[in-house]
Design a protein around this ligand. Structure first.
Ligand SMILES: C[S@@+](CC[C@H](N)C(=O)[O-])C[C@H]1O[C@@H](n2cnc3c(N)ncnc32)[C@H](O)[C@@H]1O
Length: 191
């Protein structure tokens, strides 16, 4: 693990990476559309969200940002899009919640065009044996029930490292506050 960047640097990374996207962008697990203000006007934004209530809310929020295409229903383990159909896939705090990270990453790769980019921002497990990891383990069952399956103990970087992407640029970040999600990763991977 390289030296962890700050929370402010993590926010800057999100602004920079999302602000650089072009073409058709699919955001998986888009939730309430918190990333929407960060995309360039010119991108074609597609959202995927399995939760019906959130999807309805997201549809309204996306429209306020000038994004009028219907939000896709379904899970990222089975993305309802053809092969090689998007230029970029974005996932922000979603791999903590999915049922099968390997299946999601295979689907992300499938829908990306050759050379397309997957942009990720995720909170991840604290180091094994740390007080924070123990706290995360205690809280995990409740978190999974309360927060759409969100498991704070996932070592998501391992799934990214073993997924079939051509290049992985993965950076570490630490929140400067008392927070169960105190460690984050962010970066890009290419098909
Ligand atoms: C912690 S929220 C993050 C929402 C949004 N990405 C953000 O940054 O604010 C996780 C989202 O992932 C969605 N989700 C859960 N399981 C999923 C799956 N298998 N495929 C796609 N999205 C999923 C949830 O419904 C929820 O909206």
């Amino acid at each position: 693990m390289s030296a962890a960047g700050s929370r402010a640097e993590f926010a800057e990374l999100q602004e920079r990476l999302l602000g650089e996207l072009t073409g058709t962008v699919l955001e998986i697990g888009a939730g309430r559309g918190r990333s929407l203000p960060l995309y360039p006007r010119e991108v074609r934004w597609l959202g995927l969200e399995p939760d019906p209530q959130r999807r309805a809310q997201l549809t309204r929020i996306a429209a306020r940002h000038g994004r009028h295409e219907p939000v896709l229903a379904g899970v990222a383990e089975r993305i309802p899009l053809p092969d090689a159909s998007v230029d970029a896939v974005v996932g922000r705090t979603v791999l903590c919640s999915v049922a099968d990270q390997a299946a999601v990453l295979a689907e992300v790769r499938r829908v990306l065009r050759p050379g397309g980019v997957y942009v990720f921002f995720e909170h991840v497990a604290a180091p094994p044996g740390s007080w924070l990891r123990r706290l995360q383990q205690l809280f995990a069952p409740l978190s999974r029930r309360l927060y759409h399956g969100c498991d704070p103990t996932r070592e998501t970087w391992r799934s990214l490292e073993t997924a079939d992407f051509s290049h992985l640029d993965l950076r570490w970040y630490a929140a400067v506050r008392w927070d169960l999600d105190a460690r984050y990763i962010g970066g890009t991977a290419h098909r």
